[in-house]
Design a protein around this ligand. Structure first.
Ligand code: GTP
Ligand code: MG
Length: 452
């Protein structure tokens, strides 16, 4: 029934799990893309979003799915980083989600960020399935590309199957220790009471049809009521990235998780100094199956309903902050909406000290990740801000009391042209990198060498 699909909200599926357990690879397999290969340091450091239409899902699930059973438009997948510093992005991804996939490497089992993800899911009451990934690494495995897992298991030697089972039961035991009763998904009768475990391989695609089937079933059955709520209300979203787009100036890549955003709408967006009030000039949608972080071609549309990734073009967005809220004003008093945005931003402030280093990062999420990693490394922070490195930052860094704190740590940011000469004569050190732990390592090495 197609009229129904138009009014139901697309469920948001967060993909969570420990670093390197295969979250981005799993999404690459579903999209037919290679995002994971292009990542700096081979780790994910931002939240991503990809719209997967029902057609693609039923195409991949093959015989396991009867598409006429479903009236959801598809699924919006949110990729999250597994690296330990990014706890806020995981929490935000988890909080945005209607349902989640917890990716666990079958050989590694539960690891610290698996535990952390489980805590988030428990706290937010988000239903989830476990993707027991990398089944193909089982010794003696006979790969069955893209096949449902039962079909693949029939092709395995007894020895390979029992080795995989051993690892799967280990994971089921770990879920039980965490307070969740779980079983292999085909034995689960009631997905509200038990967590389904889906053995799969992001590399060969076997078991991926099963995962998509379970996800569609979960969202259809338990989400339908929630999905139908407020689909026409004022749009609410989160900025993923601020980007210059030729012909449009500064734009914001946004996940709209509630309501509708229309061309011409007045919106309030969290900015570096204060909330930005502006009017939508264009709404640009990535093609289905394209990760919004890497998409180059966009389609102009008149409106976008939740949940979806969309690039918003509007004046004055150059000061917008990644990680900040976006709110459509519609029929509400503007002041109230501005206060809402301010309140949400106040929740994500980094703790600073009397003396310390200056931190600059590309998004609020990565700024928080930097703050977490620096706290662990016992490096105090004098000032922390989103944005490129400006002359003012150099001046602030020079005011640090201890010489070792006279430093700027810039994550994924550029040095502004007018700061270059300033830097040459400055009494401070600049560190920049695209990988958080590398950046902090470099700074720590510098401090150690000074002490010698
Ligand atoms: P973060 O985003 O940094 O947390 O990592 P991730 O969970 O997204 O992992 P990613 O997809 O980047 O994969 C990490 C490594 O595992 C890559 O080298 C992948 O090729 C490999 N990998 C992922 N899934 C599989 C799989 O099913 N089988 C095998 N053999 N390798 C896999
Ligand atoms: Mg990743």
């Amino acid at each position: 029934d197609h009229t129904n699909a138009d009014t139901l909200r697309t469920p948001i599926v967060a993909v969570l799990g420990h670093v390197d357990h295969g979250k981005t690879s799993l999404l690459d397999t579903i999209r037919g893309s290679a995002v994971s290969e292009g990542e700096a340091g081979a780790i994910t450091q931002h939240i991503g979003a990809t719209d997967i239409p029902l057609d693609t899902i039923s195409g991949m699930a093959g015989e396991l799915i009867d598409p006429t059973d479903f009236d959801l438009p598809g699924l919006l997948f949110i990729d999250t980083p597994g690296h330990h510093s990014f706890s806020t992005l995981r929490a935000r991804g988890g909080a945005l989600a209607d349902i989640a996939v917890l990716v666990v490497d079958v050989n590694d089992g539960f690891q610290p960020q698996t535990e952390e993800a489980i805590d988030i899911l428990r706290r937010t009451g988000t239903p989830f399935v476990v993707a027991a990934n990398k089944a193909d690494t089982t010794p003696g495995w006979n790969p069955q590309d893209g096949e449902p897992i039962q079909r693949s298991l029939e092709a395995q030697s007894e020895r390979a199957e029992s080795m995989l089972n051993e690892n799967l039961y280990e994971i089921i035991g770990q879920l039980s220790d965490a307070g969740f009763s779980a079983d292999l998904y085909w034995r689960v009768q009631d997905f509200q009471k038990n967590i389904g475990v889906v053995p799969l391989s992001a590399l060969t695609g076997e078991g991926v049809p099963d995962l998509l089937t379970v996800l569609m079933g979960l969202s259809q059955r338990f989400m339908k009521e929630e999905m139908a709520i407020d689909v026409q209300g004022p749009g609410e979203g989160t900025v993923l990235e601020v980007k210059d787009e030729r012909g449009f100036g500064s734009t914001i890549d946004t996940v709209v998780y509630d309501g509708v955003i229309r061309n011409g709408d007045t919106i309030v967006v969290g900015g570096q100094n204060e909330p930005i009030v502006t009017e939508v000039r264009a709404l640009l949608r990535p093609r289905p199956l394209e990760e919004i972080r890497t998409e180059k071609k966009f389609e102009k549309v008149a409106e976008v309903g939740a949940a979806a990734g969309v690039k918003i073009a509007a004046p004055d967005l150059d000061q917008a902050m990644a990680g900040a809220p976006v709110r459509v004003v519609r029929d509400r008093p503007l002041e109230g909406v501005i206060e809402e945005v301010k309140a949400e931003l106040a929740e994500i402030e980094v703790e600073t000290a009397e003396d310390g280093v200056v931190v600059k990062a590309d998004t609020l999420g990565s700024l928080e990740a930097m703050a977490n990693a620096l706290r662990e490394a016992e490096v105090p922070i004098l000032r922390a801000e989103v944005g490129d490195i400006a002359p003012r930052d150099i001046a602030v860094a020079e005011t640090a009391n201890q010489d070792e704190h006279k430093a700027i740590l810039g994550f994924n940011v550029d040095l502004l042209a007018n700061a270059e000469t300033e830097l040459e004569n400055a009494d401070m050190k600049l560190f920049t990198d695209e990988v958080i732990y590398q950046l902090i390592d470099d700074y720590e090495t510098y401090v150690e060498e000074r002490e010698r």
